[in-house]
Each structure stands twice: as C-alpha cells, then as structure tokens.
Design a protein around this ligand. Structure first.
Ligand code: ATP
Ligand code: MG
Length: 433
C-alpha cells in the first residue's frame, strides 16, 4: 500500500483565525461595546449570516463595488441564490420588518459579527471581517444622528483613541436633490472627460457620485473644483444638517466637513459620516455611517427613517495594538497554578480547586492536568504566567495545608492552612478582584 502524505488544508485567503494570544484584545473591545450600547439604550439583534441575494442587490445598489464584484454568492441545494452578508444594515432592516419591529414604534438596535467581501486582502482589509453596527429606526430629526455619533465618540474616548481619529461629515440631501445634482456633476465631468481615469469613465454613467470618492491624485484638482453637493442641498436637508452641526458643537465634538464624502452604498440620504485615522495607512476608515430614510420603503416596508453606522473591528483592534492602548489587566492570564505534586494528590487538588472557585469567583486558576514529573509540573506552572503556584503533596494533605510559592520573585514559599487560603489569595491578588 502506498502511503501518500496528505496535503494540509489551509484557511481561505483573507479569512483569519483569531488566536488565543489575540482574543483578550477582542474581548476587551467587545465588552466595552456591550456596556456602551446598554448605556445608550440600544438593544442587541442577531441576524443570520446568509440572506437571499436579492436583499443586498436591492438595498446596497446594483452598481456598487460590493454588489458588482465583492459578494460571496452561491446557489444552495434548492437552487436559491444566497449571499454571505457583506454588511449588516440590509439584514437588520429585513429582520426588523419581518418581525414587526417598525410598526408604530422606534427602535435602537445594535449587532456585531462577521461580514464577507471578496476584496484583495491586505492589512486592515480582509474577506471575512467583523463589524459592530448600530441602527436606529423611526427617528426623523437630527437628534438621533447626533446621538449615534456621540455614542461612537464616547467609545473612542474610553478606548483612548479620541486624539487619533477625525470625524468627517457631509450631507447627501434628499434623493431628488441628489438626482438634480447628479446631472450637474455629469455635465461637469463631461467637460473634463480627458482627465477621468478608467474607473471614473465607467462610473460616469453608472454611479457618477462615486467619482468624487476617487483617491487618484491626478484627478484631485479637477474634483476639488467640481460642483459641490453641499451647495445643492434641498432646504429641509440643509436645515437638518445645520441642526446636526449645532448639536455636535454643543457636545464639543469636533468634525471636518468633507464635501467629497459620498459613501459607497446607494441607500444613504442626508447625513453621512466617517471616523478616520492616519495611523493605519490607507485602510484609514474605522467607522462609517449615515442616514438612509428611503431604505425600508425600498425593501417593501412603510416609509421609515433610519440612521446607523458600522465600525470595522479588525481595524480598531489594529489601532489599539499599534498605539498600545489595551491595559495589561485586560490581556488576561492566570493568577494561580494549582499543582498536585504527584498523581496521588490529583483528587485532593481537584477538590480544593473547585472549592476555591466557589469561594473566589474572580480567581483565574489553572489546575495542572496531564500528570508528569514534579519538574515538568513546575515548568508548566511557570509557563502559565501565573504569579503564584499552589503545591499540594502528601504532607500538605496530611496537614490540610497548602504550599504557596511565588513564581515571579524570590519571596520565601510558605505553608498555609487550606482554611486560610482564600483569604491569603485575596490579599495577594488585589488587582484581579
Ligand atoms: P473602505 O472604503 O475601506 O473599503 P467601505 O466604505 O467599503 O470601506 P463600509 O461598508 O462602510 O466600508 O464598512 C464600515 C467599516 O467596516 C469600514 O469603515 C471598515 O472599518 C470596515 N471594513 C469594510 N470593509 C472591510 C474589509 N474588507 N476588511 C476589514 N474591515 C472592513
Ligand atoms: Mg470597501
């Protein structure tokens, strides 16, 4: 029989494993988010990862990058066209409509989870990535726009990121105003056709507003002189935007108006914003959102205003890491390593461990498992990173005592009665409680 070496199967390009050394950072971030949402009165919603393809085609827009070339779309066994969600807003609207959450009521919702886009993987850009999203339904005025921006700002403040991010703001006006503006813009671009790059030529007929988004330096001056959406807003959108700015000013939130901020998805109207950073190279947008008053109706519901944002968790974690902003305590670890000195002490050690876990719910303790020589047990204790080892052998068991050994400094080891152990650990490990 020939023995062939099986080829190892690897993860799909652009889809990452989250390793144990990284997960404390994610948990730190996720915990902050969860608390923040509660504090602002947003309730969590969880949607499926797969939806009918039509949901995204109809909401995001047929001629956007996402729908044109980034979606993971496949036929399931029934022949239905399904898509791994590239973003959360469409699913959230679908779910809210389907369960009557938009009927005569307002909603403040949030979610988090993986999104899928077939992009070119690079730092800060992956094919499976994760977002935290916030969506509010049924609020027409700019107060909720300000509220979701304030929520995001508080997160930056609490993470120590505020001085590293900038809020960029624009208004896209009503869809009517935008249609009129679009004509003006196309006329302008036609006058400067020779300056448009290939991408922009293509967008001229399909999605001319997106040309404003271009980062091509050769087009920068021409784009700067293009007619501005801001100067072509309808009166109610103008008023909405002015009020929003007044609210942000009152809250002390700094922003810059970016008249070229148009966002890549079709469903936005009025307010759009992005939080950007210069610390991550070209993948600098960490949070993006805006108002989408037409979307619910577009998906077959009663007209319902909506506003929301999505933040990219990978980029934020990268930023926290780059700036070294995750506190050491949050990086997890182990307080004590409890080891039976040989196999005869296994059950006594296990019993003691369980008793300690009942008494000290905050204690992070690893019980030695897997046998081995005393020397190899001590090696594992050291590797656990714990500041203390608890040693249990024949003598300790006979005396109902335990040996407490400091692993990171040369404090003398001490034998203490098991009845005093919880108290001693509480004193020695004040930081963990
Ligand atoms: P970009 O301009 O960077 O492509 P986008 O406009 O496509 O971003 P949105 O659809 O608004 O992004 O998603 C909101 C946020 O999700 C982004 O600001 C970013 O932080 C994050 N994000 C988007 N695509 C990716 C990706 N492929 N990998 C990692 N994070 C992403
Ligand atoms: Mg994109």
């Amino acid at each position: 029989m020939s023995k062939s070496v099986a080829k190892k199967i690897q993860a799909i390009r652009g889809m990452n494993d989250l390793l144990p050394s990284d997960s404390p950072r994610w948990q730190f971030f996720e915990e902050k988010v969860r608390q923040l949402m509660q504090r602002y009165g947003f309730a969590e919603i969880r949607m499926p990862i797969v939806e009918q393809t039509a949901l995204f085609a109809r909401s995001i827009g047929e001629v956007t990058d996402i729908v044109e070339k980034e979606m993971y779309t496949f036929e399931d066994r029934n022949g239905d066209s399904l898509t791994l969600r590239p973003e959360g807003t469409a699913s959230c609207v679908r779910a809210a409509m389907e369960h009557g959450l938009l009927y005569n009521q307002t909603q403040r919702l949030w979610y988090q989870g993986p999104m899928f886009r077939h992009e070119r993987p690079q730092k800060g850009r992956y094919r499976q990535f994760h977002q935290v999203g916030v969506e509010a339904y049924g609020f027409e005025g700019p107060d909720i726009d300000a509220e979701v921006i304030l929520l995001s700002a508080r997160l930056w403040q609490e993470l120590g990121l505020m001085e590293h991010v900038t809020l960029e703001l624009n208004s896209l006006g009503s869809s009517e105003a935008r249609a009129a503006y679009r004509d003006k813009l196309v006329a302008y671009f036609e006058q400067h056709r020779e300056m448009l790059d290939e991408d922009s030529q293509r967008r001229l007929t399909s999605n001319p507003l997106r040309i404003l988004d271009s980062k091509n330096p050769a087009m920068a001056e021409m784009l700067d002189n293009a007619p501005r959406l801001m100067d072509n807003l309808d009166e109610p959108s103008q008023a909405h935007f002015e009020q929003l700015k007044t609210m942000l000013d009152a809250a002390g939130i700094a922003y810059v108006i970016n008249p070229r901020l148009v966002r890549g998805l079709d469903y936005y109207s009025r307010t759009v914003f992005e939080w950007t950073t210069t610390a991550l190279g070209s993948q600098g947008t960490v949070c993006a959102g805006g108002r989408y008053d037409g979307l619910v109706e577009q998906l077959g519901g009663k007209p319902t205003p909506g506003v929301g944002f999505a933040m990219g968790i990978e980029r934020l974690i990268l930023l926290l890491e780059t700036l070294d902003l995750v506190p050491d305590e949050a990086l997890g670890g182990c307080d004590v390593y409890l080891l039976p000195m040989d196999d005869t002490a296994t059950i006594a050690a296990m019993t003691l461990a369980e008793q300690l876990r009942s008494e000290l719910p905050w204690l992070r303790m690893q019980l030695h498992c897997g046998g081995g020589s005393f020397k190899s047990r001590m090696k594992k204790a050291d590797k656990s990173g714990a500041p203390f080892a608890l040693l249990l052998g024949e003598d300790e068991i006979a005396e109902q005592a335990i040996t407490l050994k400091a692993l990171r400094d040369d404090q003398a080891q001490q034998r203490i009665p098991q009845s005093a152990l919880a108290h001693t650990l509480s004193e020695q490990l004040t930081h963990s409680q």
